[in-house]
Design a protein around this ligand. Structure first.
Ligand code: FE2
Length: 230
């Protein structure tokens, strides 16, 4: 079969693309887009970073370059179970493009207790400010090693991200929009009901506070997800 397309059009397009300006600067800053926004709320990044240094001995190694510190828990559950560190997501894993459910559905609203390990710290102040504004489910400090990325998936509910330590090679992608999230105390809304991943392509660990936003009636169910399949 001979190639499809016009030699003239392809070569002219290539010339135009080569003559277009290319960008190497804006990727080192935040760019809002569909599914990723910055809130007005802002925290003290120096206090966040110091608090993390003081508490990082509580970080649990989940393997595969992931680390977690649970800031909220189900009331009275002192030791997190494996189920507390996963949760339902949907993903397309192969060239069939078929969507598969993974893990179990988690009732985010059950994570209503702030972990007393962090009482009196700046992390508690962050939690107080968040719950004054939003329903908050699992709220965790998540560490991501260099050259690490999450699966390409979607979740039942959106997330808030508060970067504590990052680098310009740490990116968040929701559907077709990709941006760096600077660690300057900013709080970012990520609509993780859309397809997304986070990656750390830098040489240092990336550390974010991540909080689920379980708005009543807004969580995607299995029935909805399956209904969207075709
Ligand atoms: Fe996710």
């Amino acid at each position: 079969m001979s190639p499809i397309g016009s030699t003239k059009i392809d070569s002219e397009q290539m010339q135009a693309w080569l003559e277009s300006p290319y960008d190497t600067e804006s990727v080192a800053s935040f760019k809002a887009g569909p599914g990723i926004q910055k809130l007005q709320l802002k925290f003290d990044i120096d206090k966040l970073q110091q608090c993390y240094r003081d508490m990082q001995h509580q970080l649990e190694d989940l393997g595969s370059g992931f680390h977690v510190m649970a800031l909220t828990r189900r009331p009275g559950v002192e030791k997190a179970t494996p189920e507390d560190n996963c949760g339902r997501f949907w993903t397309r894993v192969d060239d069939s493009y078929t969507e598969f459910p993974r893990d179990v559905m988690v009732d985010e609203s059950a994570y209503s207790e702030f972990n007393p390990l962090f009482a009196g710290t700046y992390l508690a102040e962050v939690y107080t400010q968040l719950i004054a504004r939003f329903p908050i489910g699992r709220m965790r400090v998540l560490g991501k090693d260099p050259y690490n990325c999450n699966s390409w998936h979607r979740d039942p509910e959106p997330r808030l991200h508060i970067p504590i330590f990052t680098n310009p090679g740490s990116l968040f992608i929701v559907n077709h929009h990709c941006t760096h999230l600077p660690a300057d105390g900013s709080v970012y809304f990520t609509d993780t009901r859309g397809y997304h991943t986070a990656l750390n392509g830098g040489e240092d660990s990336r550390v974010h506070i991540v909080a689920a936003l379980p708005y009543a009636g807004q969580q995607v169910s299995d029935a909805q997800a399956l209904g969207n399949k075709d």
